[in-house]
Design a protein around this ligand. Structure first.
Ligand code: ADP
Length: 176
């Protein structure tokens, strides 16, 4: 695990599964617009949370690229799930601004709900095709830029599924 402090916020990078982070009070879902179960991170989160999550989420959708909404964690060890719709790379433009909006909106929403520790997957880097290095640059820059406006959030963890994605996030974090 790599960890660096920006203002009052500690940013961490770990390899792992976003559904197995019991010390975080919120995790972020790379959701689809309808907030349905789906595949990738969304599938894993909905399977771990149980059917109550989709039931709560459906009336909150559809959401637009860059938008975030919050729900309970149901059977997850986390109190909240924040659902973001990332941009489809090369289709939802400007992709970098829409991706930045996901991270900023999720952090602001977490803060308004009193969250202290939040975990993000690498939004848009799976089925949505965003290349990992520019996605890591946007993610880390946005968290650093948003950190001064956060009141309750003091820990942000990037949970990367693969070793190679972790290496990219670590490098970008060290270079900041
Ligand atoms: P998107 O549609 O936003 O691209 P995906 O769910 O397809 O979202 O993938 C986003 C990223 O999350 C990918 O890098 C993928 O490898 C990773 N991922 C998939 N499952 C998990 C998981 N359980 N925990 C953390 N990251 C995951």
């Amino acid at each position: 695990m790599t960890s660096r402090q920006f203002e009052q916020v500690a940013i961490e990078t770990v390899q792992g599964d976003i559904t197995r982070q019991p010390d975080l009070d919120a995790i972020v879902n790379a959701a689809n617009a309808q907030l349905r179960i789906g595949g990738g991170v969304a599938g894993a989160i909905h399977r771990a949370a149980g059917p109550g999550l989709e039931k709560e989420c459906l009336p909150l959708g559809p959401i637009r690229p860059g938008q975030a909404v919050i729900s309970g964690g149901h059977n997850l060890p986390n109190a909240h799930v924040i659902h973001c719709l990332g941009p489809v790379y090369g289709q939802d433009e400007p992709s970098d601004q829409l991706l930045a909006s996901c991270y900023r909106e999720a952090l602001m929403l977490a803060d308004r709900n009193g969250v202290t520790a939040i975990g993000f997957p690498a939004i848009s880097t799976g089925v949505f095709g965003y290349p990992i290095e520019p996605a890591a640059q946007v993610a880390l820059r946005t968290v650093c830029d948003t950190a001064p406006s956060l009141a309750t959030v003091s820990r942000v963890r990037f949970v990367l599924f693969s070793e190679s994605d972790l290496a990219v996030f670590d490098k970008v974090l060290k270079d900041r």
